[in-house]
Design a protein around this ligand. Structure first.
Ligand code: C2E
Ligand code: MG
Ligand code: MG
Length: 649
């Protein structure tokens, strides 16, 4: 008599896993599909085993059902013994070494030949009855050659052992334990079942292994992004780590939805999620259309990564172009029209990005280092360009700039309409790098804010401007004050007030000789500390300007509540003055700000026509290339002295 409860347990366990995987739609990549195949095989073999066990337990064994028993046992043997090679395939995929199956044919042969051996042995058994047979009275009996099946399975077990040792670096320690648990579990079950023939433990052992895989190793919720419906960031990090550690050649198409943040703010989380999902479905579908196997990951903040094997460069190039074409078109969601703005880049790994860390850094920053283009960018084409290398090395460039004193302050004159002379200047930082020459602050300031180097840079700016204000040339020039840009990070620095207090006393600078420029982003970033800093400095006598007005999102309420003396119109706002609607906005903004007693400075004035229009509108200050580009300290003083004396005479 056979004990059937173990089979029932095995079925319940593996059906639970299967249903869980299917309900949660964890069917997206090869590894998940292999787990599903494995569950299906285990369920089928446990069901066949259960069916066989009925005979002699609940159904009397007899000659009449001997045929059925033989067929069902044959099917059971085949399915049961194919679960091991299926597990081996799962491991290849899970450990990120699938490509080895193609590269080193021995692996594929080592799986296929024993699997074929199993099937052929069972076919041979149909004629010989040497593995098992059903006696005339319907009783199942093991034949003398049953060991053949285990002989073939041993090849698969050996392969598992080899993989676990050779590619151990691709998995975590806890995972290693689970993977390895497969072997003792199953070997033990086989022995128990050999000795106690009625104890049907083999399928239960497989079901338990499956359960462990699904819950511990391949935690689906970790691997799949439930909103976007692709593999997750976690899966990306893990898979890429594995792939790099075994030297797997790959091609990667990286996609950044540049306007993801605006979409999230404007569309709300639900429609934003649907948009991301819509894109990911399309990305997968495009791979299928051109017959290319890809893994699609949603990495973070509007970044997708699509990975294919290393020998698929041409197809990946086709895929990249299809993606660019797709993302250029707008699409509708309900009654909304959605327009995406993207950067798409194709890289060969590991040639273009040599290490795992480089890849991960590149994935999160590539859209900043690549030129904006509405075509597929091949990383290999631009990686040697000066601009790309500079942006990639920006953190080092900044560090060297700080340690080698390579920063210098430039001053762009500011013209007062009312006084008809130059009364102040904006201090703008310049960095001269040994290798790259002039590096724009528009590049290094955001990078320094991200890396934290902005504190050192900000300190340098404050100190150098104070030193300059203290020089006799400045004091003689008749200039009233200097505008200093405060970055977002400086605005939320708790020690900002102390620092500035120390510097003005060191250089004997009066508070009305400095005007601090803040941006709307800073105002919104951390209102509490920013407010504290601003009000403390204002109480000390410093004045504030709001920089880049007209870009980004204007929080009118906070703009009104802060003590801002000057509002600086951004160049992009000014550039559109010929658009009649924009002009209406400009005129009314000027009126509104004037009624609030704010002074208006117009930035980016490059010609006389613009100067005249804004002067006639009643704006107070003008800054721009029309008068002068930013100049170094000496040239600036010379410029102001000369121009102001010309105007006076
Ligand atoms: P910003 O504060 O809005 O500075 C004005 C920028 O516009 C400067 O660019 C200036 O050279 C440029 N500009 C002025 N007039 C014209 C014009 O007529 N035409 C054109 N095309 N451009 C004009 P710059 O010096 O490259 O600085 C870029 C940004 O970098 C600045 O924008 C500011 O946000 C940041 N930055 C510069 N220096 C500092 C600094 O010392 N500290 C901080 N935190 N940020 C700085
Ligand atoms: Mg500024
Ligand atoms: Mg500005």
């Amino acid at each position: 008599m056979r004990i059937v409860y173990f089979d029932i347990c095995a079925i319940v366990l593996s059906v639970t896993v299967l249903v869980f995987l299917l309900v949660k739609h964890y069917t997206k990549d090869r590894t998940n599909c292999l787990i599903i195949t494995l569950s299906a095989l285990i369920i089928a073999s446990a069901a066949m085993d259960l069916f066989d066990s009925m005979f002699g337990t609940y159904i009397p064994q007899s000659q009449s059902n001997a045929g059925i028993q033989f067929v069902s046992n044959t099917i059971f043997y085949i399915i049961r013994h194919l679960t091991t090679p299926a597990y081996v395939l799962f491991l290849f995929s899970f450990m990120g070494i699938w490509h080895k199956l193609k590269q080193q044919k021995i692996f594929a042969l080592w799986i296929i030949l024993p699997a074929a051996g199993i099937i052929l042995s069972i076919i041979w058994n149909i004629f010989s009855g040497k593995i098992f047979y059903i006696s005339r009275d319907g009783v199942y009996t093991r034949g003398g050659y049953i060991g053949i099946i285990y002989f073939w399975s041993a090849f698969h077990l050996l392969l598992i052992l080899y993989m676990v040792i050779k590619f151990r670096r691709t998995v975590r320690k806890s995972e290693m334990f689970m993977i390895f648990a497969f072997a003792p579990f199953n070997i033990l079950a086989i022995f128990v079942q050999r000795i106690f023939i009625g104890l049907r433990l083999e399928t239960l052992a497989m079901a338990l292994t499956l359960f462990l895989i699904a819950t511990v190793i391949q935690r689906p919720e970790e691997m799949v992004d439930s909103i976007v419906g692709t593999l997750s960031q976690n899966a990306y990090l893990k898979d890429m780590y594995k792939s790099y550690s075994v030297g797997r050649p790959m091609n990667a198409v990286l996609v950044k939805i540049r306007n993801y943040q605006a979409l999230r703010t404007n569309l709300g989380p639900e429609i934003y999620g649907t948009t991301l999902k819509r894109v990911s479905d399309k990305l997968r579908q495009m791979g299928r259309i051109i017959n290319l196997y890809t893994d699609v990951y949603y990495v973070e903040r509007g970044v997708y990564a699509i990975i294919a094997d290393g020998d698929k460069f041409d197809k990946m190039q086709d895929l990249g172009r299809l993606i660019v074409a797709y993302l250029k078109e707008s699409f509708t969601l309900g009654n909304l029209e959605i327009r995406l703005n993207s950067t798409v880049c194709l890289c060969r790994l590991p040639e273009d990005l040599a290490s795992y860390n480089t890849l991960i850094n590149f994935t999160s920053s590539f859209y900043r280092t690549l030129p904006e283009a509405d075509k597929l960018i091949l990383l290999s084409d631009i990686m040697n360009s000066k601009d790309f290398m500079m942006k990639n090395e920006i953190d080092d460039i900044i560090k060297k700039g700080i340690s080698g004193n390579r920063f210098e302050m430039y001053y762009q004159p500011i013209y007062s309409v009312k006084q008809d002379r130059f009364v102040s200047a904006e201090a703008l930082i310049r960095l001269q790098d040994e290798k790259y020459g002039f590096v724009s602050p528009a590049i290094f300031i955001p990078a320094a804010e991200a890396s934290g180097a902005i504190h050192d840079i900000g300190d340098f700016v404050l100190e150098d401007v104070c030193r300059f204000i203290h020089t006799p040339q400045f004091l003689k020039s008749g200039l009233e004050y200097i505008e200093i840009n405060l970055s977002v990070t400086q605005c939320i620095e708790p020690r900002l007030v102390e620092k500035i207090r120390g510097l003005i006393s060191k250089y004997q600078v009066r508070t009305n000789q400095i005007n601090l420029e803040i941006t709307e982003t800073a105002v919104d970033y951390d209102p509490v500390i920013t407010d504290n800093n601003i009000f403390s400095l204002w109480n000390m006598g410093f004045r504030f300007s709001l920089d880049d007005y007209g870009t980004g999102y204007s929080n009118i309420k906070r703009v009104v509540s802060l003590p801002l003396d000057i509002i600086k119109f951004d160049k992009s706002f000014v550039d559109e003055m010929d658009d009649p609607k924009m002009w209406i906005a400009i005129v009314n903004t000027v009126n509104m700000l004037k009624r609030m007693n704010k002074k208006i400075l117009v930035e980016g004035v490059e010609d006389k026509r613009t100067l005249d229009r804004f002067r006639d509108l009643g704006c107070d200050y003008i800054q721009g290339f029309y008068f002068s580009k930013p100049l170094n300290e000496n040239d600036f003083i010379e410029f102001v002295n000369q121009k102001n004396s010309e105007k006076a005479s």
